[in-house]
Design a protein around this ligand. Structure first.
Ligand SMILES: Nc1ncnc2c1ncn2[C@@H]1O[C@H](COP(=O)(O)OP(=O)(O)OP(=O)(O)O)[C@@H](O)[C@H]1O
Ligand SMILES: [Mg+2]
Length: 420
């Protein structure tokens, strides 16, 4: 993509109404636009990052048997009354609206009710189970605080998977498989080394649930971690649980701020009983389906990456979720010969499906470099008269600042051959 064609532009000033680093940088660089408090547009660059994260999530969810669908945002009050979650007194995040034809709808803030109701159409016997259903879809929540940029918004993307099992063992086997898939997802997104599967309280059906918490001072949560043992627990568990059962003592745990990027939860038969989701077992007797729910916030994960890796110059994307692998920066000073030369390198990359953002704008070198640092692509390749004369391209790794000089052949080896 040619940078002059991007309708978004970088901004010099930090947006004064944002306090979080992720929102400040993502707005400055043109990844997102703030519509109002807690509501953001994802711009073309931002979508590229989100789509990469979603692709990783999809890959891992499909891999453990997930089947994707999209459920609606508009919610029928009737099914939520059956689980006692329609009342604003009991659920404080509802957005609701009146229908012109009479009656009320809610904007989905989670989808247990809808998916359980849906599955009553498709699950009859033990032969129809187990099933794993997921979506990547916008949720609406009337959050009171919205100070964390894209990490806490009132309309946000969530991957939510729901599991349907016959027995407790079948449920737990999937719960563990999903936990492992989550670990792979956060590793692949690039935040694995700081993300802990954290003991959280479990509700009526299991002793614990698990949150995936990423250590960061930008977090709104507090967890207690033992890095050596790889054990983390949240504050509710610290207060209630017997720590010896978890294999740690209080003084082995360090208090850290953290970001909840995902969570997994056993639901038991709470929703299936309320909404009549049953199956006939081998003996013909009718039983409620055992369920679980498994969430990840793709945008919150994206914000977390910015919070963890940005430096004083701007964003630093891991290769796995960068919008482009290469930022090709041409310093021609208007010289047609150098422009042509740079264009040739751009074509070499794009013809070979390497994702390149090509800065062919007629602006000062300093401005190009500042923008390149702000945007945060993993590699910057500079093409100038010097490059042409010496036959060497300057390649700067954004993460480390390390500079190398590559011939065209070496560029080909690193960015094209390594990719195929
Ligand atoms: N307001 C939000 N904005 C962006 N992402 C969110 C928001 N709320 C939740 N998420 C993401 O969706 C995932 C699943 O949602 P869930 O309902 O389990 O979150 P939650 O427990 O309400 O999170 P929190 O305690 O941070 O409010 C979370 O782990 C998080 O990654
Ligand atoms: Mg919440």
């Amino acid at each position: 993509m040619k940078q002059s064609q991007l309708f978004t532009k970088t901004r010099k000033e930090v947006p004064s109404d944002e306090v979080s680093k992720n929102a400040q940088l993502l707005i400055q660089a043109g990844y997102i636009h703030k519509e109002m408090a807690g509501v953001y547009t994802f711009l073309p660059l931002g979508i590229r990052v989100i789509e990469k994260i979603n692709a990783i999530i999809r890959d891992e969810m499909n891999n453990i048997g997930g089947q994707e669908l999209i459920m609606p945002s508009l919610q029928d009050a009737e099914i939520w009354k059956k689980t006692n979650r329609w009342s604003d007194d009991l659920v404080d995040v509802w957005f609701k609206s009146k229908l012109s034809a009479g009656g009320e709808v809610g904007f989905g803030w989670t989808h247990e009710e809808v998916v359980t109701h849906l599955m009553t159409q498709y699950i009859e016997s033990y032969k129809d189970l187990p099933r794993y259903i997921y979506q990547i879809q916008n949720k609406f929540r009337n959050e009171t605080r919205a100070k964390s940029g894209i990490m806490r918004t009132r309309e946000f993307l969530m991957k939510d998977l729901y599991s349907f099992a016959r027995t407790e063992e079948e449920h737990l086997a999937f719960y563990d498989a999903c936990a492992e898939a989550y670990t792979r997802i956060f590793n692949r997104i690039g935040i694995g080394s700081k993300t802990y599967k954290t003991f959280a309280s479990g509700g009526a059906f299991s002793k614990f649930s698990h949150e995936y918490q990423t250590i960061s001072d930008a977090g709104e949560d507090i967890i207690y971690v033992n890095e050596e043992k790889g054990i983390a627990i949240n504050s509710e568990v610290l207060a209630d649980a017997d720590l010896s059962e978890l294999g740690v003592t209080r003084d082995e745990l360090t208090e850290r701020k953290s970001i909840e990027v995902g969570n997994i939860f056993s639901l038991g038969t709470k929703f299936s009983e309320a909404l009549g989701l049953t199956f006939k077992d081998e003996t013909g007797s009718e039983k409620p389906v055992i369920m679980g729910s498994y969430g990840i916030g793709p945008a919150r994960s994206m914000g977390t990456v910015v919070e963890l890796y940005a430096d004083e110059k701007g964003i630093v994307w891991p290769e796995s979720i960068a919008p482009f692998q290469v930022h090709l920066v041409e310093l021609s000073g208007g010289d047609a010969e150098i422009k042509d030369y740079a264009e040739g390198i751009y074509d070499m990359f794009t013809d070979n499906k390497v994702e390149v953002l090509y800065d062919e704008r007629d602006v000062r070198a300093g401005e190009k470099f500042a923008d390149s640092d702000l945007l945060g692509m993993p590699y910057r390749i500079v093409v100038s008269r010097k490059t042409k004369e010496e036959g060497k391209f300057e390649v700067v790794e954004r993460k480390t600042g390390e500079i190398k000089f590559f011939t065209e052949e070496e560029l080909y080896q690193k960015f094209i051959n390594a990719n195929v």
